[in-house]
Write a protein that binds this ligand. Structure first.
Ligand code: ZN
Length: 452
């Protein structure tokens, strides 16, 4: 008997955590933070529903905090075994877990909130990481094994094919949206008895998603003609590096007028080093073109501004210029200072490339607000605001289906839909049923199990 239990990302997008049990062994896939509304993030404080010390292995899909943020909690509660992931995932996870602990410590001092884990747990967890390459089966206990496949979502991201007991289970992780400027298209693992798939964009299609180059080109041309400032709020991994890559391409290949680009995010700057170390993970065309994959991020127009002083100096730099800064939802971080400075200027172009959660400054701006409050000040919105969906890091409905079609399943093979808001999960279920009538599909609730 092989059983899969859903302890996170069930009926919601975040908190990825699955327990797999055979007659003799236990494995854990992902252990992420619940993120979002308060009622969701309170789930982080709930005790684990199982004893992690009895698990034989933890396998991680990718470095986003909703997949890795509670790994130190497993360690705190006695898990001492290996934590398997790709090398790039381990390097990015090290950056993000340290960052997350810093934030949690600040919050704890401010609000007295208890810490989920201490530095000692984090350091232990980092030592338990073991790198596994794509496509190479890795032996676990007995005949059990797992293999990682490129999920094309962020650098190092993987889907997992786990063979446990005599059953094969695929965990999609997050599946990327393609074509991506840097990453290869997601590859579905070959076969499974149960597919546990994400459906963040179930039932939704990305509009105009093939033209990332055009979006950036238009923004650069406008900024140059208006001698203005191009502001791009960006999440610290993947989107920031993708933007730099595209900007570099536009300068080199399309001979657009060069202007200084400021990467104003300490996290994105740290992550950049990981991207430079793992060029083997880029899609083939990038590695084979005239750059040979080298110096992709090393060009004279790019300025990295890790310190607060460097960041403040950007204001003095002459126009035109490009500023890429976090956070992606404009809910905090250095972008807020730049918005305060530049949003009221008609020569500012604000390019919004990421999801803006309701209630954030970003959602007010893209909703057409004429005035916004920033740091207690009224700021008029006179900038040109452009929203582009092309940069989504998640597969849309058609792409999810295309990925799924690549997997061979036996009659009676099952599909469990996770990482999805309930309405989107339902939409994806209906869509798959229409196309694969024989599919046996469930939308598991948190805390429930399925026998494979
Ligand atoms: Zn992700």
């Amino acid at each position: 008997m092989t059983k899969v239990s859903f302890f996170g990302a069930a009926g919601e997008v975040t908190g990825s955590n699955f327990l797999i049990e055979t007659d003799t062994d236990k494995y854990i896939v992902d252990c992420g933070l619940f993120q979002g509304r308060d009622t969701i993030s309170e789930l982080n404080d709930q005790p684990l529903a199982y004893d992690p010390s009895t698990a034989g292995a933890v396998i991680v899909t990718h470095a986003h905090l909703d997949h890795i943020g509670r790994l130190p909690v497993l360690v705190r509660h006695g898990y001492r075994g290996p934590i398997f992931a790709t090398e790039a995932t381990i390097e990015l996870a090290t950056i993000f877990l340290n960052y997350a602990l810093g934030l949690a410590e600040e919050r704890s001092q401010r609000e007295g909130a208890p810490l989920l884990y201490e530095e000692v747990d984090l350091n232990r967890a980092l030592h338990q990481f073991q790198a596994v390459p794509y496509h190479k089966p890795h032996r676990l206990n007995g005949n059990d094994q797992f293999t990682l496949y490129d999920a094309g979502h962020i650098l190092g991201s993987a889907s997992i094919l786990l063979q446990a007991g005599d059953k094969k289970i695929i965990f999609s992780g997050d599946i990327g949206h393609w074509p991506s400027p840097l990453l290869a298209a997601p590859e579905p693992p070959p076969t499974a008895d149960l597919v546990v798939t994400e459906a963040t964009y179930g039932g939704e299609e990305h509009e105009g998603s093939d033209n990332r180059v055009e979006v950036v080109k238009k923004a650069l041309e406008w900024t140059s003609q208006n001698n203005g400032v191009l502001l791009i709020p960006a999440f610290s991994i993947e989107r920031s590096q993708e933007l730099l890559f595209l900007l570099h391409e536009l300068f080199e290949k399309h001979q657009l007028p060069r202007m200084p680009i400021f990467l104003d995010s300490p996290l994105a700057i740290e992550a950049l080093a990981v991207f430079e170390r793992h060029m083997e993970l880029y899609r083939r065309e990038v590695v084979q073109d005239e750059h040979g994959g080298h110096n992709l991020f090393d060009f004279s127009s790019l300025a990295l501004t890790p310190t607060v002083e460097d960041s403040k100096d950007i204001n003095q730099a002459p126009h035109p210029k490009v500023i890429i800064a976090g956070s992606g939802m404009m809910a905090g971080g250095r972008i807020v200072h730049h918005l305060k400075h530049y949003l009221s200027r008609p020569d500012t172009y604000l390019l919004v490339i990421g999801f803006q959660a309701p209630g954030t400054l970003g959602s007010a701006i893209i909703g057409g607000a004429k005035q916004v409050h920033i740091h207690g000040q009224q700021v008029a919105v006179r900038a040109k605001v452009e929203v582009a969906e092309a940069f989504s890091g998640h597969a849309d409905n058609s792409e999810l289906m295309q990925w799924l079609r690549g997997i061979e399943m036996p009659p009676g093979g099952r599909l469990a839909i996770v990482h999805s808001e309930p309405d989107r999960a339902e939409k994806y279920l209906t869509f798959v049923k229409n196309h694969l009538p024989a599919a046996n599909i469930i939308i598991p609730k948190i805390g429930t199990s399925v026998e494979v």
